[in-house]
Structures are given as C-alpha cells and as structure tokens.
Design a binder for this molecule. Structure first.
Ligand SMILES: Nc1nc2c(ncn2[C@@H]2O[C@H](COP(=O)(O)OP(=O)(O)OP(=O)(O)O)[C@@H](O)[C@H]2O)c(=O)[nH]1
Ligand SMILES: [Mg+2]
Ligand SMILES: [Zn+2]
Length: 326
C-alpha cells in the first residue's frame, strides 16, 4: 500500500506526492473514483496507490476520509461539488488598492468559511499602495477581531515592506502557516499567486497577471494546485468568477454570521428583517451607529442584510427549472 497526496489534477491524471519518499508520481483512477458524483478526486486528497504495468505506473484505488472540504452545493442534484480537501486554513486575500477593497466580499468568503468549517484568516495585500484616505484598515480589522479572525498586512511585490497599520505582517503569517495546508481565496488580481511567490522567497515564481483597466483581475491562475513551501503547503486557486451564495439555504442564514446570532434572538419578532426601521429590532434599538464598537457590529449586519436579501429573492422553483444554482 502506497500512501500519497494529490497535488495537481487534470481530467484523468493526477500528480501525487508519495508520503514515505516525497517522490512525485503520476496516477490514473478508474470507475467511481473518477466519475462518481461524491467521490471525484480533488487536490488535497490523501489516497492509496497501487503499482501497475501501464503508463502512468500508478492507479488510485482509494480516497481517505476527508476533512476541510471546499465545496459548492448542487441543489438540483442534491449533491456537493468538492474542489479541494484536507484544508486547514483559508487565506482570504484582498487588495487595498486595485481591485478596490470591498468589505462585502470578505463577508461573503467568511460565509463560506463557516459553511465549510475551515478556519479563515485575512490578508490585506498591496499595502505598498495603501492610501489611508481610501478606507480605515483598523476599522476593518476590528470588525473581524470580534470573530477572533486574525488580519495580516503585507506587500507581495515589495519584500522590504514591514507591517505598519496592523499588528501582524508577513513574518507572523509564515508562523501561522507552519505545518498547515492553506487555500488562497480572493478575487482575481488581488495577488494570491504573487503572495505565494513571496512566501517562497522567490523559489517558486508563479505566473501572475495584471489588473485590467476596470480594476478587475485577468484570471491568470486557471487550475488549483498544491505548492510545497518549506514548512507549509499552499493551494493556489483561480480567483472566484462568481461570488454568488445562491447554493446556500436562506433559512437560518444568520447562523453563517455567528457574531450576530445572540442579538438576533432578542428581536421582538422572529422574522425580523433587522432593517433600519424594523419594529422591536434588537440591533436597531440597542446599537448606536455613532459608537465605534456598535458600528463594527452594524457593518456586519449590513452585509448580512444584503446577502440575505439576495438569497430571498431567488424563488426555489426558478432554480430547479433553469438549473441556475449549479
Ligand atoms: N503593488 C503591488 N502589486 C501587487 C502586489 N501583489 C500582486 N501585485 C500585482 O497584482 C497583479 C495580480 O497579481 P496575481 O498574483 O496574478 O493575482 P491573483 O490573485 O493570483 O489573480 P488570479 O490568478 O487571476 O486569480 C500582478 O500584476 C501583481 O504583480 C503587491 O503587494 N503590491
Ligand atoms: Mg493567480
Ligand atoms: Zn432584528
């Protein structure tokens, strides 16, 4: 029995690292392991290989039980599409210049982190281009520290850049990553591949792309792969093409905002919208937008309302007919 981990995958061939020797080998898979709805082999999987007389020489015969799965639910088929597995940490990456920083996008990725049950951290990248006039990075950090989420600031292009605004920088990020498998998430163009190059001290020069004239990235990374940095593994993944959370149920959606749950049960009406004019709303009655700490909570509530509103507008039947949710 040869134990290995899948580092890269194409349609039917998988590049695996043999645990015992560290050697990279190509492997195929057959039948259910390849086509099965719930069993497709993904990057990050721990697998068992068997030697064959064919080329490639190895065959994947079993996938180990997974933890830390990254997936979307395919409502239509009542199944989930897994894209990476055995992930310890999600590195939600944002740029502070171009593409412009958007708080709502972080909150959307955080919903996924809670859905997948994988610990998130936030990296503010392109700090060499940060303009304190554009937004208050301390406020952004503070609103996440309520959730116990750590925020790091760095510049992937300028290796001499030292943290200036937050308590944690690139050195601390390296420490947090030690021994872990981390997946980078973030819009195209925020610098995920560039950060990996920087964390590897330029040992790996990943292909990076520009930021187009609309301030959007150009989708340079086109597949997911594990990269073995000295003390940790990172998964580079294509920037999201769709930020939609349509595959999540709108019932009990607030549980994906764990910081808001306690107060939400104090609202007078069970179906409270928590909107500004909602009668008996605990958030509106108890929190003062001019108070710093209250404003942190209200900024999270604002994201919740927006996303919830979007989810509530999609009638279930429409998705089933058009298959839009997949
Ligand atoms: N000024 C500055 N530019 C950066 C920094 N990090 C990345 N960039 C630039 O931003 C552009 C996009 O970087 P990528 O690493 O390709 O972005 P990505 O997130 O991997 O994008 P996709 O692969 O498309 O998802 C490149 O031109 C990088 O050189 C940084 O810290 N500062
Ligand atoms: Mg990339
Ligand atoms: Zn309310």
């Amino acid at each position: 029995m040869i134990k290995a981990r899948v580092y890269r995958s194409s349609q039917r061939e998988f590049e695996c690292k043999v645990i015992a020797t560290g050697e990279f080998v190509s492997a195929t898979a057959m039948g259910k392991l390849l086509k099965g709805k719930d069993h497709q082999i993904v990057v990050g999987d721990f697998v068992t290989l068997e030697e064959t007389n064919d080329d490639p020489k190895y065959k994947i015969i079993e996938i180990d039980k997974r933890y830390g799965e990254v997936f979307r639910v395919i409502v239509r088929e009542a199944s989930k599409k897994v894209t990476a597995s055995n992930i310890d940490l999600l590195i939600i990456t944002t740029s502070v210049s171009e593409p412009v920083y958007k708080r709502g996008i972080i909150d959307r990725f955080l919903v996924r982190a809670y859905q997948w049950n994988i610990k998130p951290i936030i990296v503010f990248n392109k700090m060499d281009e940060y303009d304190p006039e554009s937004f208050d990075i301390k406020f952004e950090r503070d609103r996440l520290s309520v959730l116990g989420i750590e925020c790091f600031e760095m510049s992937a292009l300028d290796d001499t850049y030292k943290k200036k605004y937050l308590e944690l920088g690139k050195d601390e990020l390296m420490t947090v990553l030690r021994g872990k498998t981390a997946l980078f998430l973030g819009q195209s163009g925020v610098g995920k591949s560039q950060i990996i190059t920087s964390l590897s001290n330029k040992k790996f020069e990943l292909k990076t792309g520009g930021v187009g004239k609309w301030g959007k990235g150009t989708h340079t990374t086109s597949w997911s792969e594990i990269i073995d940095l000295d003390n940790f593994l990172v998964v580079d993944s294509p920037g999201v093409r769709s930020l939609s959370l349509e595959d999540l149920p709108s019932e009990d959606f607030i549980s994906y905002f764990p910081d808001l749950v306690d107060m939400s049960v104090q609202c007078k009406f069970q179906n409270c919208t928590h909107m500004e004019n909602a009668k008996g709303c605990a958030f509106r009655d108890k929190l003062d937008p001019d108070n710093y700490d209250d404003a942190l909570v209200l900024s999270r509530l604002d994201s919740f309302i927006r996303i919830f509103d979007e989810l509530s507008q999609i009638p279930e039947w429409a998705n089933r007919i058009t298959g839009k949710r997949s």
